[in-house]
Design a protein around this ligand. Structure first.
Ligand SMILES: [Zn+2]
Length: 73
């Protein structure tokens, strides 16, 4: 039974972590004022201090961000 509970707790934890990542579909760069899909390669190269997480495209546009030319969000 202990193993079962450990498995359930692990699944809940992983699901919550996934949901948090998926909720941020877009990542803006506060330095270049461009925004990307969270899966864009540029996001990995971005300085973590410049990252701005956004849930919607409108949110990014309204904040004055320009869509990335590579991932075309
Ligand atoms: Zn991009």
């Amino acid at each position: 039974m202990k193993k079962f509970f450990a498995a359930v707790v692990t699944i809940i934890f992983v699901t919550t972590a996934f949901a948090t990542v998926l909720a941020s579909n877009y990542v803006g760069n506060a330095n270049t004022r461009r925004f990307h899909y969270a899966s864009c390669r540029s996001v990995n190269k971005m300085n973590p201090s410049n990252k701005v997480y956004m849930n919607t495209r409108e949110e990014a546009i309204n904040a004055g961000y320009i869509p990335c030319k590579r991932c075309k969000p």
